[in-house]
Ligand binder design. Structure first.
Ligand SMILES: [Zn+2]
Ligand SMILES: [Zn+2]
Length: 240
């Protein structure tokens, strides 16, 4: 059995860790032109107390292919990607869950859940749940399927708390939401809003890949300036 470090070392060659600073969105860590928030995050109050992308995911890059392939490809290839992505999540949370909790104003997360797919059919057998509830040791004992896709029709990539149903009332528990990719953040933000309405305490999101396009404005230059190989000892909230 390969170790978590062995399974993730290859990913360290192409993962790019976000860090806060000028020209980086304070909510989702995408690159901005000197604004504190990107266009989308500026439109609304964030329902999340902290968002921690493990890495940027460049369109058509290696992480992007892994994050698409683990759910789209079948058979052994998909299962291998699920194990690798679970190891990425595992290694990140061992090192940095405390950083994310601190950023969200709590000492630890009581519950862990996943952001459901936007489509009910796809959500029924979603491999992200396997990663979080079975494969990744830091999350599996606290995992609970708290959210399901509701019947409400919501446009893709639109924030709406009615998008998800919460399966039970909460009593102030802190919740760590896990998602594979953040593009607009509408899924994670809608899920966090629904959890809050159900009585959750602090809610944070860890996403494996913060989707970015290399050819958008200054992104190529900004991405090149990031540390390589990936530094597993640091995170977006390290030392904050
Ligand atoms: Zn943003
Ligand atoms: Zn950290």
């Amino acid at each position: 059995m390969p170790t978590v470090a062995e399974l993730t070392d290859l990913y360290g060659n192409f993962m790019l860790g976000p860090h806060p600073g000028p020209g980086v969105c304070e909510v989702c860590f995408t690159f901005t032109e000197s604004h504190a928030r990107c266009f989308i995050c500026a439109q609304q109050n964030s329902s999340l107390d902290a968002v921690a992308p493990i890495s940027y995911s460049i369109a058509s890059g290696q992480l992007h292919h892994a994050l698409a392939g683990y759910k789209r490809l079948g058979g052994e290839v998909a299962r291998r990607l699920q194990v690798e992505l679970a190891a990425v999540l595992w290694r990140f949370l061992v090192g940095h869950e405390a950083c994310v909790a601190r950023a969200a104003g709590t000492s630890a997360f009581d519950l862990v859940t996943t952001v459901p797919s936007g489509s009910r059919a796809r959500d029924e057998d979603h491999p992200l749940r396997r990663i979080v509830s079975e494969l990744a040791r830091p999350t599996r004992t606290r995992y609970e399927r708290l959210l399901t896709r509701s019947d409400v029709t919501v446009q893709d990539r639109t924030f709406d708390a009615r998008k998800y149903d919460v399966v039970r009332a909460l009593g102030g528990e802190s919740v760590l939401l896990i998602d594979d990719t953040w593009t607009t953040g509408s899924g994670a933000q809608s899920a966090a809003a629904a959890l809050r309405q159900a009585g959750a305490g602090p809610v944070a999101a860890v996403v494996i890949g913060r989707h970015v396009k290399r050819d958008w404005r200054e992104n190529e230059r900004r991405l090149r300036a990031l540390a390589q190989p990936f530094d597993w000892s640091s995170c977006a909230w390290h030392g904050c």
